[in-house]
Design a protein around this ligand. Structure first.
Ligand code: GLC
Length: 569
């Protein structure tokens, strides 16, 4: 073995054992059912992931975050969990899981599991027991059951809407066949909310955290972390009363909402933290908490989950001023809590950023509504508003900028290929409950969940030997891994180069802005002389002195073209 190789191995081992590995990690999100299918049933699986570990290693990522892989009827893409301590038989077995974890670890990649504590599925044994048990029973107390309003309890306990549309309450049939109580579901009706005031629920989740930590899971992504604890003391306020009571500019900022972001939720995470710290290195966690920005640090505190997603860049336009403000504010916020910041442009819930940036400014493409002129994303809708080339170019520039900023970078499978959102999914093949519960208003999230193209041709573009559970368009071919692999200038090779460099270059977590005199150009440096420059405008600009390490598009006579980022040293 050469000296260089030995050094590389040593530093990789060091990085892997470091308890602070997460602070500036590059985390790659896998949506398991759409990543790689080993048995040709059209659904991605655990063995498929294991087979792609060399690919993951070639990306130089530090961790994989696995969206839910638990037994599920897939009423919400796996976020409806039947059993928190098992693997969906459609995806494999616990042995397959262990094998995958070992293969990832051997490749120097950590494993983060998605945990879904706010609700179970309606097929969970707890919920079935609740349905079979009488009103007021301990089995019902694991969920949120209420009597309905009206003379016969025929109206829901409140007028609250579920996030996916329709009422947040569903009426059950009692064991004796009569129409009965109602249960709360903030999401789909197949996702009944758990009662976190019940000690048994709390203890059972501690058991689940240990179960996966003992199996080698290094960290957790906590689904809807801000909803667990509720105060549903009667009378329940109506939607109108709640919006009148909302004093914050962007959601409640005082913890007084009956179910979003209540202060007491942090008592749950303090208990989780104790479990995380039983392990060496301590298990990590990142909160998915769509809360008022001033309330986010509580989730990221070292006594709590340790890190929280910041979706600010994901919701921003491709705009220099907006980016600078968001980065500055979030770095300050992270420094104040002791956490590191998080950055994300794409995930399984939003329109891919290569597509968002191809839309006119302001539309942002997130949860596009068919009613307000953004019908282009609905199957067969007009697409002329979308500039595919510009979207891809800006997405590459934005990603390269993000990878130079201190903190953890969360990447979503397929963005390294420059994949676009798939608009052309026929209604009959859509799966997302938000499409069905909100028909004609929300097109839903299937377009970013279409199985990945690995090969330019063949059955499901190399995803597996069978079909793909969501239809792949013909244009997927040109984005295939096989097409971009080893090709200079491809999006895939840009990601590989940048991720490798990021690992070598980033040391301390400082960032210093450098004045450019041009409002469309952002320039900053990191310790060690590493610099990043992004031109958000359309005209080429001069680059500062230094060696160019990587750029998101070719330079023009040594100058930085519009919609482009370059790193220098
Ligand atoms: C989170 C997930 C989303 C899911 C929802 C309900 O927001 O990211 O995919 O539908 O929670 O579990």
């Amino acid at each position: 073995m050469s000296t260089t190789a030995t050094l590389a191995t040593l530093s990789d081992d060091h990085r892997f054992a470091d308890p602070n590995w997460w602070r500036q990690a590059s985390v790659y999100q896998i949506y398991p059912r759409s990543f790689s299918d080993s048995n040709g049933d059209g659904l991605g699986d655990i063995k498929g992931i294991t087979a792609k570990v060399p690919y993951l290693q070639s990306l130089a990522i530090d961790a994989v975050w696995l969206s839910p892989f638990y037994p599920s009827a897939l009423a919400d893409g796996g976020y409806d969990v039947d059993d928190y301590r098992d693997v969906d038989p459609k995806l494999g077995t616990l042995d397959d899981f262990d094998e995958m974890a070992a293969a990832l670890h051997a490749a120097g990649i950590k494993l983060i599991a998605d945990i879904v504590p706010n609700h179970s599925s309606d097929r969970h044994e707890w919920f079935r027991e609740a349905l079979a048990s009488p009103k007021g029973s301990p089995a019902r107390d694991r969920y949120i059951f209420r009597d309905g309003k009206g003379p016969n309890g025929e109206f829901p306990p409140s007028d609250w809407d579920s996030v996916f549309g329709g009422s947040a309450w569903e009426r059950i049939t009692e064991p004796d066949g009569t129409p009965g109580q109602w249960y709360m579901h903030i999401f789909a009706k197949e996702q009944p909310d758990l009662n976190w005031a019940n000690r048994e629920i709390r203890d059972d989740f501690l058991k689940t955290l240990r179960f996966w930590s003992d199996r080698g899971v290094d960290g957790f992504r906590v689904d809807v972390a801000h909803a667990l604890v509720k105060d549903l003391t009667e009378p329940l306020l109506s939607k109108l009363e709640l919006s009148a009571a909302n004093t914050g500019t962007d959601g409640f900022d005082d913890g007084s909402h009956p179910f979003w972001d209540r202060d007491e939720v942090h008592e749950v995470y303090a208990e989780w933290r104790e479990v995380f710290n039983e392990y060496n290195p301590p298990r990590t966690a990142v909160a998915e908490a769509w809360v008022h920005a001033t309330r986010r640090p509580r989730y990221a505190s070292p006594q709590g989950l340790g890190q929280a997603f910041n979706f600010d860049l994901l919701q921003a336009d491709f705009d220099a001023e907006e980016f600078k403000e968001i980065i500055t504010r979030n770095l300050a916020e992270a420094a104040a809590t002791g956490a590191s910041s998080t950055w994300v442009f794409s995930n399984h819930d939003v329109v891919r950023h290569a597509t968002r940036y191809g839309l006119p400014k302001g539309s942002k493409g997130k949860h596009p509504k068919g009613q307000d002129g953004k019908t282009w994303l609905l199957a067969g809708g007009p697409k002329e508003e979308l500039d595919v080339e510009l979207g891809e170019r800006r997405a590459r520039a934005a990603t390269l900028l993000m990878l130079a900023v201190p903190g953890s970078a969360y990447l979503y499978q397929g963005e390294e290929l420059g994949l676009q959102e798939v608009a052309e999914i026929p209604e009959s093949e859509r799966q997302d409950p938000s499409f069905f519960r909100n028909r004609g208003v929300e097109v839903g999230r299937d377009g970013c969940r279409v199985p990945l193209p690995w090969a330019a041709e063949g059955s499901s573009f190399g995803f597996g030997d069978g079909g793909a559970h969501l239809p792949q368009p013909a244009w997927f071919s040109k984005y295939a891994v096989e097409v971009q692999d080893g090709v200079e200038g491809s999006t895939l090779e840009m990601y590989r180069t940048a991720l490798k460099l990021r690992r070598e270059l980033q040391t301390a977590e400082e960032l210093e802005w450098i004045e450019t005199g041009n409002p469309e150009v952002l320039h900053f440096s990191r310790p060690g002389g590493w610099q990043s420059v992004t031109n958000f405008g359309e005209t080429a600009v001069d680059l500062p002195a230094g060696t160019v390490l990587v750029s998101s598009a070719p330079l023009e006579d040594g100058r930085l073209p519009g919609n482009t980022t370059a790193w220098l040293r």
